[in-house]
Design a protein around this ligand. Structure first.
Ligand code: SAM
Length: 385
């Protein structure tokens, strides 16, 4: 492959010198069943696998406007009967397992056609299931014949090797993807449109280059929430390279296997066009936000007391601290934020920045000073419930 397709950080971390090295080229043409057996054990930090679905489509599918629904997946998707599919699945999962580090994660994507079979095999092979993501596609194709519900979901099983509970999950990073309740814990229903628009790879005639190109948003969530910078991400069924594209963009290393040379070439070209995100990009923030301090905790810690005065900067107001941690100005009461907003006539107010207290040296200080002090001296802090 072209130089540019090599991950910038392909330098392996500390590794047993007697183990086989990782291949120099991170894009490997071949059958995953064979290639996986050639890779070094315990070398992979995260796996995303989007294996054939074995849809077993018997007839062509037509839209009401008499255009045919894309069937280009047919050649690589047909594996035969259920027993053959199970044999295939068991073989690749068994070959993959030793490559995973003890605490690494495996995400396997599928539809109702194959995901239940994969889930059972994962458990039989000793993987520990952590979650099943229901990926809801608001732009899914209708069921043209009207014989059943619109199939607008896919599933992704998230599993680990043996241990219970994920040691690689980055809960605070995942929160940023919560569209339903921003900033709160991310749930397992993800609303992400199926790949379309500029992101969808098409030929000069406007035909899709791959039938099942995954949206980058899906891989961004998976990679950022279950790996760290420099980690090695493996995709044994690379297709158009979506996993590698997101890995490169988010400063991870990658290894992709694909048996179709045309798809691998598409992936290589696509990866070469990716620039890693700038170091200070918000998506790359990995640190846990500082612990939340509710204002009444300052009273409990003895840093302020009920009856003490606080001053609002603009317009100037003097408030009294009540025993429950609320503030009072005349007949008005509220939290430092609510009362601050009301007095300022603004929709919101960060009370930590706008209320001031008199420090022992007679200086006016922002309340935020005391919040910082409490964070620095955790002995004052009450344990989180
Ligand atoms: C569901 S698609 C993956 C699509 C990919 N996630 C993307 O975003 O483009 C599965 C891919 O696996 C490849 N494939 C099927 N069987 C394979 C095998 N035994 N070894 C390697 N690749 C295989 C197919 O050619 C196909 O491109």
């Amino acid at each position: 492959m072209d130089e540019q397709t090599l991950p910038p950080n392909q330098k392996p971390r500390k590794r047993n010198p007697s183990a086989q090295p990782l291949p120099e080229d991170p894009l490997i043409l071949g059958d995953a069943l064979r290639v996986l057996k050639t890779l070094p054990p315990a070398s992979v930090d995260l796996v995303f696998a989007d294996p054939p679905y074995n849809l077993q489509l018997k007839n062509d599918l037509w839209r009401p406007n008499l255009t045919m629904v894309d069937r280009s997946a047919k050649e690589w998707d047909e594996l035969g009967d259920f027993a053959t599919y199970d044999e295939f699945t068991e073989a690749w999962l068994s070959a993959l397992r030793p490559l995973m580090k003890r605490r690494s994660s495996l995400w396997v994507s599928g539809t109702y056609h194959n995901i239940f079979r994969i889930g059972r095999l994962l458990q039989d092979l000793g993987f520990w299931l952590l979650n099943t993501i229901t990926w809801y596609k608001p732009n899914a194709m209708p069921n043209f014949s009207g014989t059943r519900l619109k199939n607008d979901v896919e599933f992704i099983i998230w599993a680990q090797k043996m241990e219970r509970g994920s040691k690689t999950f980055r809960h605070h990073v995942a929160k940023q993807f919560n569209d339903f309740r921003p900033g709160k814990q991310l749930g397992s229903v993800w609303r992400i449109p199926a790949c379309g628009g500029k992101e969808r790879l098409k030929d000069a005639q406007g035909r899709k280059l791959h039938a099942t190109q995954k949206p980058e948003e899906l891989l961004t969530r998976i990679i950022l929430s279950s790996s760290r910078r420099g980690d090695l991400v493996l995709d044994p069924f690379l297709g158009t390279g979506t996993t590698a594209v997101v890995a490169k963009r988010t400063h991870r290393r990658w290894l992709g296997i694909e048996k179709d040379p045309a798809y691998l070439a598409i992936a290589a070209k696509r990866i070469a066009g990716i620039t890693p995100l700038l170091e200070n990009h918000p998506l790359l923030h990995e640190t846990r936000p500082p612990p939340r301090i509710p204002f009444p905790q300052l009273l409990e810690a003895g840093l302020l007391r009920a009856g003490q005065a606080l001053f609002l900067d603009h317009p100037p107001h003097e408030a009294t601290i009540l025993p429950d941690g609320q503030l009072q100005v005349g007949d008005e009461r509220g939290s430092i934020h609510q009362l601050g907003a009301r007095l300022k006539g603004t929709p919101a107010c960060n009370g930590w920045m706008h209320w001031r207290y008199l420090d022992p040296q007679g200086q006016w200080q922002k309340l935020d000073q005391l919040r910082r002090q409490l964070r620095r001296e955790p002995r004052h802090r009450k344990p989180n419930p």
